[in-house]
Design a protein around this ligand. Structure first.
Ligand SMILES: NC(=O)c1ccc[n+]([C@@H]2O[C@H](COP(=O)([O-])OP(=O)(O)OC[C@H]3O[C@@H](n4cnc5c(N)ncnc54)[C@H](OP(=O)(O)O)[C@@H]3O)[C@@H](O)[C@H]2O)c1
Length: 282
């Protein structure tokens, strides 16, 4: 087990980066968490300070924004790996998504880099319902999704973070791809039922044509680039290609992945779906 390392976390304030950094720090591992808003800053679109940032870094966890499937990701990951190799970084763990052609190109850039690697290839995050673009829907009691989506084995990203940390700490796991999913496939209707049961509040599922979904996102103020990305991801990833589970959590951790009902229970208990009330009665 390796514990004396300095690990760069790209996207340290994000959903998975924050979890990975907290776990590494609890294990006594030094980290440098970066993104555009940190000091020093890291920006995927500006490589001018990457060599300086990587000086003295042993390993790195990479989350790409907005998504590893966008066309510019491959070039940025390739450039990062070249810079990391020159800085003698020994190991890079890359977060990726299942069934995404663009992401596969970025993964290839890391595999070809000559640096020890791990790819954590994830299904859709359960936390999209509580920490991402579906939170508002859940809080409003109506989960709106494009019609005709297949089921998905949503991954609890607490499991995903455990897999990333295991990849850093266990050299025997290096140079492997872990395809991580939850233990069963659920439709969005089943997710809504699970969340309703956990919150003890109704959550209606409304399926709409893609064009209506896109208009609704725009009306909510979701930026255009994210609307376009979500349209592509829903069209590509919910066509049935990912409607199966994968054993990555068990392969890396030797235990089962967390079920969606447990994710919903703990998320409700933590208050993530508490509705905001203006002026509670005395
Ligand atoms: N959501 C899913 O269901 C899902 C499923 C599979 C895979 N993934 C993958 O997950 C990755 C995202 O990971 P995540 O969800 O942990 O991250 P995240 O929560 O989306 O955010 C990570 C951080 O990225 C930073 N950021 C934004 N633009 C940046 C830039 N140009 N340069 C550097 N940092 C930037 C932001 O901080 P600042 O504002 O401070 O820069 C943000 O806090 C994506 O690559 C996606 O492909 C997601």
């Amino acid at each position: 087990m390796i514990t004396d390392r300095n690990i760069l976390i790209v996207g340290a304030k994000g959903k998975t980066g924050s979890r990975v950094e907290a776990r590494l720090n609890r294990a006594g591992i030094t980290t440098l968490g970066v993104s555009r808003s940190t000091e020093p800053a890291f920006d995927w679109t500006n490589s001018s300070n990457w060599a300086d940032l990587l000086d003295g870094v042993d390993a790195a966890y990479l989350t790409y924004h907005p998504d590893l499937s966008v066309p510019q990701a491959e070039g940025h990951i390739r450039l990062f790996c070249e810079t990391a190799e020159q800085a003698r970084v020994q190991h890079v763990v890359l977060l990726s998504g299942r069934g995404e052609e663009g992401a596969a190109q970025a993964e290839k850039a890391l595999r070809e880099s000559g640096i020890a690697w791990n790819i954590v290839q994830a299904s859709w995050f359960a936390q999209n319902f509580s920490e991402n673009f579906m939170l508002d829907s859940v809080l409003n009691g109506e989960l709106v999704v494009p019609a005709g989506t297949s089921s998905e084995p949503f991954i609890d990203i607490d499991d995903l973070a455990d897999v990333v940390v295991a990849a850093f700490m266990e050299p025997g796991l290096h140079n492997r791809l872990f395809e991580v999913t939850g233990p069963r496939c659920l439709s969005f209707a089943e997710c809504a039922e699970e969340i309703a049961a956990a919150t003890n509040r109704p959550l209606r599922l409304t399926e709409v044509p893609m064009a209506h979904y896109v208009s609704a996102l725009t009306a909510q103020g979701v930026p255009d680039y994210l609307v376009d990305l979500l349209q592509t991801l829903f069209a590509d990833l919910f066509d049935g290609r990912n409607a199966h589970t994968a054993p990555g959590v068990r392969e890396a951790l030797g235990r089962n992945a967390t079920d969606f009902s447990e994710y919903a229970r703990k998320t409700a208990a933590a208050g993530a779906w508490n509705t905001v009330t203006s002026g509670a009665p005395a």
